[in-house]
Design a protein around this ligand. Structure first.
Ligand SMILES: [Fe+2]
Ligand SMILES: [Fe+2]
Length: 301
């Protein structure tokens, strides 16, 4: 089951094996969607260029638990550290998945699995990248969405949802991403924001700049290139609009849109690092390279 709205904008192709690099780096990728055979082969070949490289994986690894666990464990064996934030697809309770956990229970199961492998989750202390471009606290986030980005098409959730149904552009989350035990996904989102803000405020008090890492874009304007504007309501929350300045971000890393690109906002670099679906890459490939180097920042990887 695919999300229905992906923009006809440049996407990024899997790269051939990169030459071994002597410079250690913090690199990032998202939206691996390993249920696609081509993407699974990409993960099979994905390896660091330096033995101490860290890898950010910001969501939509897959949608069946066994696939997600295969991909994360494969990457954890190869990279010195893996930092993960959940996407909406990991949180789907897909009817054919033997693991039928829903909502918070599913998220906790994923966190527990990651911790057993040493993968950093949004529930863990933020690791400090002390390599080139550091020191920075690398903060994986689970911010989710509350339909407020839907203001781009209508003034209320009821109306933006109605418009999406009328257009035939409805995120599969409506069917298979259950918010249990919360009454709604937006309630879960607001609880997640409280948790994240407390932790980020404590991090900021330590005086370190950050790399903010999450599946969902922190700014509504990042969704403007969407081919179907109705999809924006499933992409984030307006309540994170100042996080990149408030928490002194050197970079913000995200996915979900399947529109890989780098943009600047208030002097902060935002990196969309989606691999996305094979069909999207074939249609809109510009031959970019993933995973993308986040730090040190400079020449292209
Ligand atoms: Fe995705
Ligand atoms: Fe997503």
């Amino acid at each position: 089951m695919a999300e229905l709205t992906k923009a006809p904008l440049p996407s990024t192709s899997p790269h051939p094996p990169r030459p071994r690099s002597r410079e250690v780096a913090l690199v990032a990728i998202s939206d691996l969607h390993v249920e696609a055979c081509e993407n699974r082969r990409f993960v099979e070949q994905l390896s660091p260029t330096h033995e101490h490289d860290w890898l950010i994986v910001c969501g939509d690894v897959g949608e069946i638990m066994a696939d997600i666990e295969w991909a994360l464990s494969t990457l954890a064996r190869r990279f010195a550290k893996v930092i993960w934030a959940p996407g909406n697809h990991e949180l789907w309770t897909y009817p054919t998945d033997p693991v039928q956990l829903r909502g918070v229970a599913r998220y906790r199961h994923l966190v527990s699995f990651c911790r057993d492998l040493g993968i950093v989750t949004p529930e863990d202390p933020y690791p400090v990248w002390s390599g080139p471009g550091g020191p920075v606290a690398v903060a994986p986030l689970f911010t989710f969405y509350d339909y407020s980005f839907g203001m781009n098409v209508a003034p209320s959730k009821r109306e933006s949802l109605a418009r999406a149904y009328a257009a035939g552009v409805v995120c599969s989350d409506e069917l298979v991403l259950h918010p249990d035990p919360y009454a709604s996904r937006e309630q879960w989102c607001h609880e997640r924001l409280k948790i994240s803000e407390e932790r980020l405020t404590a991090m900021a008090a330590d005086g370190l700049p950050s790399v903010l890492v999450g599946h969902f874009p922190l700014l509504a304007e990042l969704t403007r290139p969407l081919y179907h504007p109705e999809f924006a309501q499933w992409c984030g929350t307006t309540r994170t609009a100042d996080w990149h300045t408030r928490y002194r971000a050197k970079a913000v890393v995200y996915g979900h849109l399947h529109i890989p690109r780098s943009t600047m906002h208030d002097g902060v670099r935002f990196e969309e690092v989606s691999l996305g679906y094979p069909l999207q890459r074939r249609r809109w490939s510009t031959g970019g390279v993933l995973p993308r180097r986040i730090l040190p920042h400079g020449d292209a990887t």
